[in-house]
Structure formats: structure tokens, C-alpha cells
Design a protein around this ligand. Sequence first.
Ligand code: ADP
Ligand code: MG
Length: 645
Amino acid sequence: MTATVHGFQTQVTKLLDLLANSLYSNKEVFLRELISNASDAIDKLHFMSLTNSEILGDDATFKIRLKADREAGTLTISDNGIGMTLEEANQNLGTIAQSGTEEFMKQLTGDAAKDSQLIGQFGVGFYSSFIVADHVTVLSRSVNAPASEGVRWESDGSGTFESENIERAARGTEIILHLKESEREFLDDWTLRNTITKYSDHISTPVELWTERYEAPKSADNESEGENKEQDKEEEKKPVFEWQQVNDAKALWTRNPKDVTDEEYKEFFKHLAHEYRDPLTWAHNHIEGDLEYTSLLYIPSTAPWDLFNRLNEHGLKLYVQRVFIMDKAEAFLPNYLRFISGLVDTDALPLNVSRELLQDSAVTRKLKKALTKRALGMIEKLSKDPEQYATFVTQFGNVLKEGASEDYENRETILKLLRFASTKDNTPTCNVSLEDYIGRMQSGQDKIYYITADSFESASKSPYLERLRSKNIEVLLMWERVDEWMMSSVSEFSGKEFVPVNASDLKLGDLADKDEKEKEEQAVKDNEDLIKRFKEALGDKVSDVKVSSRLIDSPACVISEYGRQMYTQQMKRLLEASGQKMPEDRYVLELNPTNNLVQKAYGEADEGRFKQWAELILGQALLADQGSLKDPGEFVKTLNALLMG
Ligand code: ADP
Ligand code: MG
């Protein structure tokens, strides 16, 4: 069979250009990526061998080997893992399956140091070979293929690669990097050793380096024997090589947490999560007793780009008795903790457990409960550090909110961990906890007031806040999509009821002093005629018109007839766009009779013109609430008519 030439997927070509030409700093990450691939390949085969021990044949000791050939200028990384068939090689090393690449490209900053670190995250690790090599040969043989179906894959990293079947005795994969002239340092024993320890110490498979062993010098006695001298010199020139294990090869999580350094935890995280940034924090626990397990959970410092795609795969790595079983096992943490990476290792599940089995196993449920508590505990601990916690809130605060509505059992704990913006400092920074809020309540206040809107601007400037502001009552400002959803299922925290500021009854209780109540009642009496006129003028455009008790400066506001709005406008638009028919909102118009505009309107004797004024005021209130109008043309016409006198 002759080799076939294939074109790389366009995305790959672009990526390769980038790797070869601009990502020079931290170029040694290619080793981390290739060793990590080798280790994955071994994990996969190890897993298969659990149910089929014969599959390993006489090659049952897993290892990853690195060999530098200084004369040829090549560095070879080999493993005796699962290997690849020709088809697999063409697919895996010629295309990028995930939509990840595009996102990778988008995230590139132009800063080579940062960009080179992004590589592992997007499933494009293999291509990092081309940072240091101008030609890459891959020899492989799948565990499922006979010796006649080995594979040769070659590319110089420009637009194409060629591949063919070859005869290959050994199972597994060999990556031969023909190093660029400028990258020959990677042939150097010291450099390789350092890089392996730095990036791959925690890999549980031994990583061996083909190393020159220096013989102890011959004894002086020998040297004095003149006739052997020539021969000795000959021998000195011939170095002796042997395989030497470089890494620790002890699974990090099996070690005593006391013996693991922060650096080791961080490096392990980078390997595990394909991340380059340090994690924010981690929690490593060995639990004994009823349900024995070891868990190592991490909170990254940055949200992945697809965090809000709830369908995206996520989850912990599962090990049973130290054996890798599966990636992204979702069953161990709830969806709202999907930003956590890590692993769980337990003896309580069978080695042949499948995803399906996991779903309805009692052990899984128990583990999930325990791990959820651990994860929340870790977040709580992090919350003691304001600076780090601010990062956490920015990155993951909105995901955690999903938990407040989904996880009834841990709701109180989760609510305690959330942070909000508030009218206290009126900035979009979310740094107010519910405990802070309660601690600052006015005397006589026993409700937690909040507003949900479509943006920080519209929340913080809402007319609904006027009255509460005048009483120095703090209001939590919410404008994220998830807020509305969360608040629809959360009713109280620490015994205090949540009240939206647009509720028809603000439940001010003792805060509405007696005087005020009387004034309000008086205002209703005094303005009976005004209200009646507006009601008649607006007809079925509103469900009612009332004297407002919440406005100080603004002329009017609208309150949904259900007491609170069912959906924010943003949510409504989304639902409508997805083809859902939304119920027609009907509003109560609340008027501020002391406002000049309202009085001016009321002073209009001509009923036709009064109707225009009333419609203008309603339109304004709707606009302030929703940022748009159903019939803007009509509103503009009315406005213009009034302006022209
Ligand atoms: P990722 O490891 O994130 O999937 P890579 O670009 O590093 O992305 O590797 C692409 C794919 O190539 C791997 O998923 C795997 O299927 C295959 N592969 C790479 N190296 C090896 C190897 N040493 N043995 C077997 N398969 C490999
Ligand atoms: Mg990889």
C-alpha cells in the first residue's frame, strides 16, 4: 500500500501556522501534551484490560519512554497504550472534533506566553508538537489490530499529512519529533528531565528517559597497566545507556495531603483540567468509614468558555481502586457545580461500572451528596478570602445561583455564598452577602428587598427604588438572566422573606410609619377624581390605575397585575424567540399625584388632549420598566402632538 496524502481540516492548518510561527514562549508544553496523551492512551487500555486481561499479551507493564537521538536530531515519545488504527490516526490527528478550536482562536490574545498555554484546553495538544518540530512521524498500532495493520503518519505541519498502513510489531504509539535546528535543547538530558518533572511528575505511569550512565572511573591500578590504556580510551568514548525512570509515578491523590506541596497540586490541576492558570483553591480528602473514597476537587480561576452551555460535558474523573474508569462522570456533582474539576477514587463501585449503572446506583447518590457538601464547604472556605472570593463570584457566581433554585437541600448554604450588588454603593460589583444585608437592615425592617431588571442601569435607576431609598432601605440589584429564575423559587433566607420592589404590596410593616399611612389614605381620597379621569382615558390599556406609595420623583410606574412580573423582558424575548406564546402582560398604572407632569395633565380641560397626556405618562412608565414599547410609533405620535401644543 502506498501512502495517501490528506489535507488537514482548515481549522487545523490555521492552528498549525500559529503554533509554528508565533507561540515560542513556554514551548516546552509540547512535552506535557504528548506525555499526557500517552498517559491517556495507557489509561484507556488499562481500563479495557480490566475485563479482558489477555488483551495485554506479554507487554503488560505500562510505560512511557522518551529517547533523544542527538545525531538524527529527533526526540521520540513512545507508549504501550491503546494505539490507533489508520482511520483513527487520520481522524484524531487530522481534524479537531470539538468546536473548541474556533473558541481557542477567539481567545488568543497575541501574547505568545499566554496563548501557548491555551493549547491543552481545547483538545489540540498533539499539534503543539509543531512548536518545536518541523516534521513529525507517528508510528502506531491499535491494540485491536494485527501487526500488518500498523500505521505511519507524517507531516511537516503545513497543509497536509500522509499516512499508510505498515507492518509494526509493537502495540502503542511512537511520536518522533524531528526538532527544528533552534530547538535542539530538547535533546538535552537535563532539559528533558527538568521538563518531565515539572509537568508530569504526577502521571501514574512511569516515564522513562533513555539516559547515559557514566561508569565509575577505572581504578588507578588498572590505569598503570600500560598495555590496556588504548583500550580504556576506546571504552570511555562509548557511553552506556539505560532506561531511567524520571517521574514519581505515584498517583498524587493517593498521597497524604500533608506530603503534597501547593506546587504539585497546581501542576496536577493543569494536567487534569487542561488548564494553564493556577486554580483558585482545592480540597483533597481521604474519607474512611461507611463510604470510603478519596476526592480531589478544584475550583479553576477562570470560567471555561462554554460554562453556560448546560449540555456541555463536565464532571469528575472517576477512579475505582486507583484505576481510571471514566472522564467527565457527571453523576457525582450537581449541574450547578459544573465548574469544579477533579476526581473521585472509590472502592465502593465495581471496576466494570458503566455510565448507565452510575446513574442509578445508591453509592453514586451517596457520593454525590457527600461531594456536593465538600464542594460547597470548599467554596465557603474560599469566601473568607475577600480578594479570591471576588474572583470566584465574577467567574462562577451566576452558576451557583442555579443551585439556589435547584438544590433545595443545600439552598440556605448556597444563598449564604451568593453575592449581590445593592443600592448601598450602587455599583455593579457583587459583594453584598445576604448576611451583610440582614446585618444592615433598618430597625423595624424584616424583609429582604430586591429588584430584577434587564441591566444594572435599569435596576439601579428604577423608579421603584425611590420610596425605599428615601427610607434608607437597602435593595439588592439583580439583572442577570438567572436571577429571575432563581428568585422565582427562593422565598426566604434565614427566616426573612424576599420581596421584589415592584410587588403590589411592599410589606413595609413598621417601616411605613403611621403618619405616612394616614397621608397615603388621604392622598387616595384627595385624588379620587384624578384617578377616575386617568382610568377612563386609558380604558383597557391598563388593568387599573392607583395612587402610588412608592414614588417620590417620577410621575408614574407600572406594576404587573399579578403583583410581580412573571418574566423580565429579556427572558420574554428569549421565550418568544424560541416560539413560545407569551401571555399578554397587563399592568396597573401607579401615579404620583404630587408630580408636576401628572398635575399638568390633570389640569388639561380638553378630554381629547387629556387622553394624550395619560397615554404619554403610561408610555413613559412602560418604557422605564421595559426599555421598549409594543407600539413605539404610536407613542412618538402622541408625544409630538403634545409638543406641538
Ligand atoms: P486531546 O488529548 O485533548 O483529545 P490531542 O490533540 O492531544 O487532544 O490528541 C488528539 C487525539 O489523538 C486524542 O484524543 C487521541 O485519540 C489521539 N492520540 C494522541 N496521542 C495518542 C497516543 N499516544 N495514543 C493513542 N492515541 C493518541
Ligand atoms: Mg491531549
